[in-house]
Ligand binder design. Structure first.
Ligand code: G3H
Ligand code: 13P
Ligand code: ZN
Length: 323
């Protein structure tokens, strides 16, 4: 067992308390490799922002969990080396079973998500409670989820029926003991969040559901998944340099700012980073087809990613200078 405190990490409890009182949100950025991690830490140190480093099950498989442990420890020391000790949480994104969560807790994660949102309500309660009971023995914080994030392929009906039902949240939080709750108010994962025709605006997020949830569990930290904005200028850059991404759509930054000022304390962003990396790599290959040193295309990708994260922190989440 490696406890996260030995790695210099913290859990999310105190960060969420401050974010709730301060009307901002903590960035939760996914990473799978060294360059993404460097960009996240570089951006957070430069803006003095706390951060949640997020690792999906797929990322663990891709990068190897032993290496990830060492990268996380490296992240803490790297921040110090860059000149500022930002608070860092290491979080499992979309944990699917008790066993996955347990294994992460035993290898240095300070926070885990158990995503039972696709399960019948009672089963979601059961598995979430099981994870909470294990995690809290080690002072690891737990994120649960109620309501399924809509997918682009869903029927309209299915999208509506998957919103979080506010009347369930008190019971869920009370029975499970979770530390934060991801809710579904109209966001979805990936770069194709809404079925929009060119020139059409995506539908607004369901802030009425968020407000109803806030009334029922006042002061409780809420999490927003699927919060990439899919910036059109980055999509255009990808397409200019040979990519084919059509009819993409994300969540407007204005709506994210509004969410960050509310009980939403954690905002998850992955796809925007993937787009930034792709645009930068494509540009290098289009402009310098003879380039074959990975540092020459991963370096610019890392730089672009860092700028994107700084923009999110300063202009969208409001977490700059909160470290
Ligand atoms: O919510 C999903 C995250 O973007 C992680 O995606 O499972 O492909 O690593 P992944
Ligand atoms: P995006 O796909 O919108 O970046 O969402 C990421 C996410 O929710 C990770 O859990
Ligand atoms: Zn997610």
């Amino acid at each position: 067992m490696i406890h996260y405190k030995e790695l210099g990490l913290i859990n999310s409890r105190e960060l969420f308390r401050k974010a709730m009182n301060g009307g901002y949100a903590i960035p939760a950025f996914n990473f799978n490799n060294l360059e993404q991690l460097q960009a996240i830490i570089g951006a957070c140190v430069e803006t003095r922002s706390p951060v949640i480093l997020q690792i999906s099950k797929g990322a663990r498989k891709y990068a190897n969990q032993t290496l990830l442990q060492h990268l996380a420890k490296g992240a803490v020391e790297y921040a110090l080396e860059l000149g500022y000790a930002i608070p860092i949480v290491l979080h499992l994104d979309h944990g699917d079973t008790f066993e996955t969560c347990k294994s992460c807790i035993e290898t240095g994660f300070s926070s885990v998500m158990i995503d039972g949102s696709h399960l019948p309500y009672d089963e979601n309660v059961k598995v979430t409670k099981q994870v909470v009971e294990f995690a809290h023995q080690y002072d690891v914080t737990v994120e649960g989820e109620l309501g399924v994030l809509a997918g682009i392929e869903d029927e309209v009906q299915a999208e509506h029926s998957s919103y979080t039902q506010p009347e369930e949240v008190e019971d869920f939080v009370g029975k499970t003991g979770v530390d934060s709750l991801a809710i579904s108010i109209g966001t979805s994962h990936g770069a194709y969040k809404f079925k929009v025709k060119p020139g059409e605006q995506p539908p607004p997020l369901r802030f009425d559901i968020l407000e109803e949830v806030e009334k029922r569990i006042p002061g409780f930290p809420i999490v927003l998944h699927g919060a990439s904005s899919v910036p059109q200028e980055i999509v255009d850059e990808i397409n200019k340099y040979g990519g084919v991404l059509e009819n993409t759509a994300g969540v407007s930054e204005e709506q994210l700012r509004k969410a960050a000022a509310s009980a939403v304390c954690k905002i998850n962003i992955d796809s925007d980073g993937r787009l930034a990396v792709t645009a930068a790599v494509r540009k290098v290959f289009a402009e310098s087809p003879s380039e074959f040193d990975p540092r020459k295309y991963l370096g610019p990708a890392r730089d672009k990613l860092k700028e994107l994260y700084k923009h999110k922190i300063i202009n969208v989440l409001g977490s700059a200078n909160k470290a």
